[in-house]
Write a protein that binds this ligand. Structure first.
Ligand code: FA5
Length: 348
């Protein structure tokens, strides 16, 4: 076997050569295993010291110790340098520009929601409460209690989606509510009179879709029951709502209309100005609201004495109002999910 001193210097040469060649963290791990770990030749040198003579130990001991210190320092320095580099790479790769979202497209409220919000503000400032009710409704709340008996042709005025229950026709039959008027009943039965509510909500009708009719649309019901209420209050309330919403005079007309739950009944039209697909300015009367004085039978059905109380009620198309507010020609655009269309309503 070669003398120890030669083996040590050969080991030292090999170790330094390997160190110079190593590049990656992996290379340095291998370097450690081969030249510094317990299984390394260096460790064998150290273990073998005890078998040396005193003189040899004094000569070669410091040599081995200083080689070990040198290699350990080299290794540790390089390792922490490489770990730092690795960490920097990871930080760059994982870097997230949290300011970037600001440049991206912002979401927006839907035009129907914008108008609904404004309507709620206007009515709450007039002392109305915003109420809510179920969209899947009993036949009784949607029709019977509103003075629309079973055989009455008025039931056909609103094409109904029936929900099959498997039962014969009974008060248990359910429908997708065809109007928000069902909530009038729920509210009066729960709280009696006086009452002053609006009810924004979605309604459903099994009807053909065209430019001004959808099968799912939004209505807002209004109900005010108190002592001494007349048609004049209804007219004043509708006019206030429209002038507040449009912030200008809006042309409206009242016509007689038939709804079994009001007497007398009215229909309200709005002069609707819009730009058509060819870019031409156009205008027409658009039916906007059904209204009237709450029928005494309806008050009675809800336990309210019609000799003491009277009230007005109305129900208008919120979707149609959004069309009017924003000059939208075709109702189908509103729920078309078209981004170009919806982007117009993004807040700045
Ligand atoms: C009713 O639904 C009555 N419940 C309104 C009412 C309430 C009358 C209280 C009296 C007292 P009508 O079916 O006309 O009535 O609908 C009311 C409004 O909803 C219409 O004037 C219109 O603006 C809107 N509307 C009706 N059908 C559609 C439809 N298919 N698509 C969009 N809007 C519609």
């Amino acid at each position: 076997m070669k003398p120890l001193v030669n083996r040590v210097s050969e080991f030292s040469r090999k170790a330094k050569g390997a160190f110079d060649k190593a590049r990656t963290l992996e290379d340095f791990k291998n370097f450690y295993a081969e030249f510094l770990s317990k299984k390394s030749e260096l460790n064998e040198f150290l273990k073998g010291m005890k078998d040396l003579s005193e003189g040899e130990r004094k000569k070669i001991g410091p040599l081995i110790q200083s080689l070990r210190t040198e290699l350990t320092e080299l290794f540790e320095q390089k390792q922490s340098q490489l770990e730092q580099q690795e960490m920097n790479k990871k930080l760059v790769a994982d870097w997230l520009d949290i300011t970037k979202r600001r440049e991206q497209w912002k979401g927006s409220l839907h035009p129907v929601s914008l108008v609904q919000k404004r309507i709620e503000e206007i009515f709450t400032s007039m002392g109305f409460e915003v109420a809510d009710g179920p969209e899947v409704e009993t036949e009784w709340h949607n029709f019977d209690a509103l003075n629309i008996p079973d055989s009455h042709p008025a039931r056909d005025m609103q094409d109904t989606f029936w929900i099959s229950t498997g039962h014969e026709k009974s008060h248990q039959n359910t429908v997708l509510r065809t109007h928000t008027s069902s909530v009038q009943i729920r509210k009066m039965m729960a709280d009696g009179a006086p009452v002053r509510i609006i009810v924004p909500g979605r309604v459903y009708r099994n009807e053909a879709v065209d430019m001004t009719h959808d099968a799912t649309f939004y209505q807002v019901e209004g109900l005010l029951v108190d002592k001494g209420i007349s048609l004049a209050h209804l007219k004043g309330t509708v006019q206030t709502m429209l002038s507040e919403l449009f912030q200008k005079d809006i042309k409206i007309r009242f016509r007689p209309g038939y709804f079994p739950f009001v007497e007398p009944g009215l229909e309200v039209d709005i002069w609707f100005e819009f730009t058509d697909k060819e870019g031409k300015s156009r205008a027409m009367w658009l039916e906007f609201m059904g209204a009237g004085m709450v029928h005494p039978n309806v008050l009675r059905n809800c336990g309210i004495d019609p000799s003491k109380y009277s009230g007005f009620a109305f129900g208008f198309g919120l979707t149609r109002l959004a069309m009017m507010k924003y000059g939208i020609e075709d109702i189908r655009l509103l729920f078309s999910q078209k981004k170009d269309f919806l982007n117009q309503f993004a807040c700045s």
